[in-house]
Design a protein around this ligand. Sequence first.
Ligand SMILES: Nc1ncnc2c1ncn2[C@@H]1O[C@H](COP(=O)(O)OP(=O)(O)OP(=O)(O)O)[C@@H](O)[C@H]1O
Ligand SMILES: [Mg+2]
Length: 546
Amino acid sequence: MYKDGKIFLAKSDHKLYLEPSMANRHGLIAGATGTGKTITMKVMAESFSDMGVPVFMADVKGDLSGMCLPGVPSDGMQDRVNLLGLMDFELHGCPTRFWDVFGEAGHPARLTVSDMGPVLLARLLNLTQVQSGVLDIVFRVADDNGLLLLDLKDLRAMLRYVGDNREEFTTSYGNVSTASIGAIQRALLRLEDEDGEVLFGEPALDIRDWMRTDRDGRGYINILSSRRLIRSPMVYASFLLWMMTELFERLPEVGDLDKPRMIFFFDEAHLLFDDAPKALVQKIVQVVKLIRSKGVGIYFISQSPSDIPDEVLAQLSNRVQHALRAYTPAEQKAVRAAAKAFRENPDFDTEEALQELGVGEALVSFLDEYGIPSVVERADIMPPQSLMGPADEEYVQKLIIRDEFDLKYRESVDRESAFEILERANQELELLRRQEEEEEAVEKQRRREEAAAERRRLKDEERAQREYEREQERASKRRRDTIERAASNAASSAARSVSTNLVNSVMGGRKVNGKTMAKRAATNALSSVMRSGSKSILRGLFGNKR
Ligand SMILES: Nc1ncnc2c1ncn2[C@@H]1O[C@H](COP(=O)(O)OP(=O)(O)OP(=O)(O)O)[C@@H](O)[C@H]1O
Ligand SMILES: [Mg+2]
């Protein structure tokens, strides 16, 4: 309960206040199951809200939604009010906003891949140094080419693009191996298996929207529905990792303020550290150490202080320790350690008291206004002013829909980014390739037809040449024959007249039967001699050509 400018949280023989100026020194609420941790957290959160300090809470069990409604009076509550002597106790709800990465039980809380950046992403995906280097190149190539990385499909498209053109990028950015690209793709697959793609996109959450106050100056309680989220540990870790980094990087240094700028509560905090990627644990340690000076307080709620890594535990100064059970040696050891963390009170034995505490009772030690831890007190915790259990789901849905932030964050916007641009470039390239193929095919066909035409032309020419030659030959033969015939005729007529003269002169022109016979024979013989003589003459004239 917010009272006298302080947080009145519990009462021993006197009132115990959490000093607002020391609230950024972080805190721990621990205790066995059912001892009152969540209620203590709610009481603190209500008081911060009333003080004007916005609050973030991860709702792992779904029992925080009642904070938006006033509590319901009951006998049990009245007993506690009487026990604590609360004269001015009023029931009231708090200004509450609901958020949900999956968009079901609250306004969608998204972030972009570039918001997360290559370093966080590489840590989250558990990449090796070489693979992280390649992821870094992918981000730089995207940046240098004005390609936005908003969602996982942008990152996938970019990985493919860099992988396909790795020779080109290797020369200007550094070695890009297919093996590394493949390993990153596989790591992304694991994230997608947990529905991780819903986490990335636009509009991305502006963390300043968690740091709002209402019209009356009361801080908003931002409840992140984590019931489904914790079943996707990688997505849960991604979101928290981003949130921590974002806070750390965005908020200016402010030193010590009168009251914190914002308070974070992580209920069931062991879930943050069990099986959490090393990167997340390292980041939490770093943020817890340094964020105090930015005016932010972080409170972890867990069953045992031993659930929290020592390095983190050492930073948690405001402590509320509910009852611890110590059945096993390990539990006894944890109880001893928890007791030792307190400045002893001479009025009771811390270790014993720790095991005797009732529900709604706790050992409490806060930093005083000078930053010194108070002596441990055994005290009763205030009852919550808002509804103890969860609110009706329908009522919560109405609140969500009516909220101005639902308008801002409900619909995801898939604006043009790396995926769309690369997809279009690929389509254009494909079109160009097909056009080139078609043109090439047309050109090939044209060349084929030309070659065929040329072959036909050559054949025709050859045929014409042969025809011409044959014709020439025939003509020349005809000429030869004519000449031969002419020569032969001339020779035989000459021979005939010579032989007649010869025979006449030999025979004296007398007509004797036997002698006539001899004359004819002589003529024939002579004519054949002349024929062969004329052939020799012809050959002498035309050479040996036929
Ligand atoms: N300060 C308180 N005022 C009134 N009732 C309380 C208070 N603390 C605890 N209770 C009662 O005890 C119940 C259990 O408390 P709570 O849910 O806070 O336990 P828890 O330690 O968070 O348990 P778990 O480990 O199961 O989450 C409450 O529902 C409520 O009835
Ligand atoms: Mg609880």
